[in-house]
Design a protein around this ligand. Structure first.
Ligand code: PLP
Length: 393
């Protein structure tokens, strides 16, 4: 019998990938499935970005790059951060990684161990809790509430800090709720963190350019007092519709960039060279495709929220960012997992149970509106008819 490391038994998964596999299986059997499950833009990567990768391959960029990323890309990240967030960034603190997830993995590996505590949002991206468990640290969930628009309360975070707390994970705009942190709460949190100088922060801002209703992104990078303990997670996957390219970056404190780079050398060596050239084109080229995508998401958000609120048994607050809605399903009398399974199998709509994102997500479903307005309307019709039929039975 093979004797696996205990940590492997503790590592979880992301149910969006499991639902995707089930949806594909049903489609292969001839069923019509509308996929509102997976969290990726339904747009193609803009053509000029694709071209730059093709050119890089033709120009012979086939070898390893520096482990932390090609200098021109790290420079482009610093310039982009300055342009968007109004704060100077040091390219020497940028670590290019294969997707946003890798920054998360490295941050949790760096701070998580038995005896340590890591604070994370619930409901939240499921990989946070999974990696914390894998590391042997204790995960301490901060509940996020619908009544607060699923934004965090600084008091709720600060009250969970103990002598053992090593890292706090924040995510805004958030997966799975679309919730956005309010600047006032972030100010309060940062002020409270002065009393806890040994606690690091991982701020996952991968949806930082997907905000609606005139909202501006509040980045933890805008708080210089955190710069020696803030790890910023961002990347190209969502902003530039590049999920399959596997390209992300972290901005690390000066003292952590060296161990983070060693983790890179020990795991992936460097990111695919052509993808890095594509990353330069994305940041330095026209930004209109991003604006167009965000405008399309904003229009879909309107439709999905209105339609959900029109379905008896469901209610949905208007999320501030990302491309998810998190409707409350408690009026249906169904559990989240039961509704996810039945909606897929009986109504042909893929969604994700809120409970897959933490205990606090029970009573909710996550729907991604990264799909066409026609498909969204059709999916809402299927959900409405399916619920009506159940109620009539
Ligand atoms: N962080 C959050 C909150 C996400 O939702 C995702 C992807 O769904 C990621 C990070 C990971 O992004 P990537 O595909 O670049 O690894």
């Amino acid at each position: 019998m093979l004797q696996l490391n205990d940590a492997i038994g503790r590592i979880g998964t992301e149910s969006a990938f499991e639902v995707l596999a089930r949806a594909k299986h049903l489609e292969a059997q001839g069923r019509s499935i509308i996929n509102l499950g997976i969290g990726q833009p339904d747009f193609q990567t803009p053509a000029h970005i694709v071209e730059s990768a093709v050119r890089a391959l033709r120009d012979g960029h086939h070898g390893y790059t520096p482990a932390n990323g090609i200098p021109a890309l790290r420079e482009a990240v610093a310039v982009d951060v300055h342009r968007r967030l109004g704060v100077p960034a040091d390219p020497g603190r940028v670590l290019i990684v294969p997707g946003g997830k890798m920054t998360m993995f490295f941050a949790v590996l760096m701070f998580g161990q038995p005896g340590a505590e890591i604070i994370y949002p619930d409901p939240g991206f499921p990989i946070y809790a999974s990696l914390i468990a894998f590391s042997g640290a204790k995960g301490v969930a901060v509940p996020l509430y619908e009544r607060n628009g699923f934004g965090f309360s600084a008091e709720d975070v600060l009250s969970r800090i103990t002598q053992a707390t090593r890292l706090i994970i924040l995510n805004s705009p958030a997966n799975p709720t679309g919730g956005v942190s309010e600047r006032g709460e972030v100010d309060k949190l940062v002020a409270g963190l002065r009393r806890h100088p040994d606690v690091a922060i991982l701020s996952d801002e991968i949806y930082g350019q997907m905000l609606y209703g005139g909202r501006a992104h509040v980045s933890l990078l805008q708080y210089p007092e955190l710069s020696e303990r803030l790890i910023l997670l961002d990347g190209w996957s969502k902003t530039y519709a590049m999920t399959g390219w596997r390209l992300g970056y972290g901005i690390w404190p000066a003292t952590l960039i060296e161990p983070a780079t060693r983790l890179a050398i020990n795991s992936h060596s460097c990111v695919n060279a052509a993808a890095q050239y594509a990353g330069i084109a994305a940041l330095t080229g026209p930004q209109q495709p991003v604006a167009d995508m965000v405008a399309a998401f904003a229009a879909r958000r309107r439709v999905v929220v209105d339609e959900l609120n029109d379905i008896p048994g469901l209610s949905c607050i208007e999320p501030g960012g990302a491309f998810y809605v998190f409707p409350n399903i408690s009026g249906t009398g169904l559990g989240a997992k039961e509704m996810e399974v039945k909606l897929l199998e009986e109504a042909g709509v893929a969604t994700i149970a809120g409970s897959s994102f933490g205990r606090q997500g029970e009573g909710y479903l996550r729907l991604s509106y990264a799909n066409s307005i026609d498909n969204i309307r059709a999916a809402m019709g299927r959900i409405r008819d399916w619920l009506a039929k159940r109620q009539a039975a």
